[in-house]
Write a protein that binds this ligand. Sequence first.
Ligand SMILES: C[S@@+](CC[C@H](N)C(=O)[O-])C[C@H]1O[C@@H](n2cnc3c(N)ncnc32)[C@H](O)[C@@H]1O
Length: 234
Amino acid sequence: MNFDVLSKDYALARKEYPWPVVGFCRSLIPDQDPLVLDLGCGTGISSRQLADTGTQVVGCDISNPMLTCALRRPRRNIRYILCNTECLPFPEKSFNAVTAFASFHHCVNEKTIAEIRRVLKRNGVFFAIHKSDFGRPILEEILGRNFPSLKQAYRPVELLRQERFNTDMVEFQGHEYYSLDEFLAYVQSISYWNLISAEEKIGIIEKLQAHFAERAQLERLEHKFEVRIVVAFP
Ligand SMILES: C[S@@+](CC[C@H](N)C(=O)[O-])C[C@H]1O[C@@H](n2cnc3c(N)ncnc32)[C@H](O)[C@@H]1O
């Protein structure tokens, strides 16, 4: 899935992960001054949150426009690298932790998992974090048709176990608010937006405005979500 054309709306609309999620991950990273690799870091939301917990972070992504957005909000303790998760340009045993916030289902395969294992230190830990989405169900309702789910064949626990990781799973709840502009940008930042024709997009924006007007309170739409974290030890 190509994120290049989505980067502008992604940077406008996407919000931070709940801090208990980031704190939970940090608490399992076995070092006082850890180095963390954030896979598919996108516009840098998760990298910045990790950096704010006092870790050194390397954010990597395959999309130059996404990284360009990340670089607009630099942090002293974050480096960004353009690369594919299937071929990580780091020596073995470099990182105390590897994270994949909303990205593992895009890049998971045997090569990526082998690379995660290779760059993790012996006592390191990998986290695959997913927040439940609200853009796809709204688009499907408006269009009256379903998209092929990107996550249908995605079984992170099974895949990681096949590659000899020990896994655990934890869930958190969260909620966030969207203004109309943020809501419109959010729907246009989801990967399924790439699957809609230019003609259809015009009508959809109007329907999204109506959807917002019907459901928003005090000019804000509330989104309640779950965050699922798969924790994996090599
Ligand atoms: C949904 S975004 C998540 C971005 C960020 N982690 C966040 O939580 O906001 C998924 C990101 O994974 C990146 N990505 C997908 N496949 C990749 C691959 N094979 N190697 C590196 N990055 C990849 C995309 O370019 C995109 O920026």
